[in-house]
Design a protein. Structure first.
Length: 455
């Protein structure tokens, strides 16, 4: 086998310098000029997401975003789709843990027409009952499929295991989706989609003057409610003790394995050491977990790890799938890699290769105007200075082997991790119980995503 070449010296992307101002209604506007293509991207980031879902209404923020573009006071869902298509533009909305977003990409010579639709869906959605029911059914159908997949079930259960009934622990379930009413989505929009709870980023073929003029023309009249902005969600907290959970899916051809670790917030000083450490473990095909479990042993098609970027301390999830009978072996192999990361320094050549993956991924993410807009709105969400967009390469490069080892020892103690395994429990549950005396077994028909106990 030919040895791959060493990674080249990292090259920092040349990124635009953002300029910002705040409109009279409280909307923060950021403009980043980039004239290489006649395209403009805009990202309206609302500073409320899934963690702001009402009790018993998990999925509320996501369902609100899903139907945001499905009709306004003056445009039907069909009108919006046809007009956006005729402009050669794209328009979408989505919700995550900490925020919701409405995103637009358009040609710069059609930007006024596109912005009119963009602003309309953000400010004046109607959430028609028929659109709500159609989207609800789509979400229920998707969830029904997910709840037959061991990997999806493991991810849902892990959120509850890590966070219990804290805001980050909410998981949309059939019951919670059915409970959401038209008044709930209208209420979420009215409470959270407001100019003093949002950031508008405009990037691409636009000057600062032109960008601020667009913002003023289409969003300057967005009325700020007389009531104060929504309060921060209840303080997020980890569940009290790590759990080991087996969910029995008798007909599953494979077992899904997920380890959950308690990671840092995006703004924590040790975020970048944690990010690099996570990437050493599971950030790609040649990372340690995949190398050991797939390449050397052929026990999985892929094992990886991911650190969530979150407002409050967030999860690091390492996961993969294997044969049911091999689940205990894979749990042991993953545990050994977690322990090794905190016990010895990562060789410099390996560390540089993992950093190159992160730096290359970041470079690809800012190749487009939409990528620049997304990165800037994410920094704004977390209250991080915008000039940190230009220090990402340096921040990753500065992480030392000693910092990675320290992060590994602090974050990746396998005995302190939550463990979820989903599959045919008859083939692995007893072997896992020998490793985790606190093992809980839950039958699929007992699984209740609405409860922290999961049943």
């Amino acid at each position: 086998r030919v040895r791959p070449p060493e990674p080249a010296t990292p090259v920092a992307a040349r990124l635009p310098t953002p300029v910002e101002r705040t409109l009279a209604n409280g909307l923060r506007v950021i403009v980043a000029e980039r004239r290489d293509l006649p395209l403009i991207s805009a990202d309206l980031r609302v500073l409320s997401g899934e963690s702001a879902d009402a009790a018993g209404r998990a999925g509320q923020a996501s369902l609100t975003a899903d139907i945001l573009t499905k009709g306004t006071r003056t445009r039907s869902a069909t009108d919006i789709a046809r007009q956006i298509e005729s402009l050669g533009a794209s328009l979408s909305a989505a919700a995550g843990r900490d925020s919701s977003s409405v995103s637009l990409q358009a040609r710069s010579d059609r930007v006024n027409d596109a912005f009119a639709i963009f602003a309309d869906v953000a400010q004046n959605p109607t959430f028609a009952e028929e659109e709500l029911e159609r989207q609800r059914q789509q979400n229920l159908d998707g969830l029904s499929v997910a709840l037959r997949q061991p990997g999806s079930i493991a991810q849902f259960a892990m959120r509850r295991a890590l966070f219990g009934d804290a805001p980050y622990g909410g998981v949309a379930s059939p019951a919670s989706l059915q409970a959401i009413t038209q008044a709930d989505v209208q209420g979420f929009h009215a409470a959270h989609y407001r100019p003093d709870n949002a950031v508008l980023v405009i990037a691409g073929d636009v000057s600062a003057r032109e960008g601020f003029a667009l913002a003023e023309r289409f969003f300057g009249g967005w009325a700020r409610p007389a009531t104060p902005p929504p309060p921060e969600p209840a303080a997020n907290a980890w569940a009290a003790d790590p759990r080991a959970i087996v969910i029995n899916l008798p007909d599953s051809g494979q077992a899904a394995i997920a380890f959950g670790f308690r990671g840092p917030a995006r703004t924590d000083a040790d975020y970048f050491p944690a990010l690099v450490a996570t990437n050493v473990l599971g950030g790609g095909y040649s990372a340690r977990l995949n190398m050991e479990i797939r390449i050397r042993r052929g026990l999985s098609y892929g094992v990886g790890a991911n650190l969530a970027s979150t407002m409050a301390p967030g999860p690091i999830i390492a996961s993969g799938q294997t044969r049911n009978d091999a689940a205990p072996q894979v749990v042991d192999l993953m545990s050994a890699e977690f322990a090794r990361l905190g016990a010895e320094d990562v060789p410099l050549a390996e560390l540089n290769a993992r950093k190159a993956v992160l730096i290359g991924g970041f470079g690809r993410s800012v190749e487009t105007t939409s990528g620049v807009a997304s990165q800037l709105s994410t920094l704004a969400l977390f209250g991080i200075p915008l000039d940190r967009l230009n220090t990402y390469v340096a921040d990753v490069s500065a992480v030392s082997p000693q910092q990675v080892r320290a992060a590994g020892a602090r974050l990746f103690d396998p005995g302190a991790a939550d463990l979820v395994v989903v599959g045919d429990a008859s083939l692995f549950a007893e072997a896992l119980r020998q490793r985790r005396a606190n093992l809980e077994r839950i039958e699929l028909d007992q699984l209740n995503l609405d409860k922290p106990e999961l049943r």
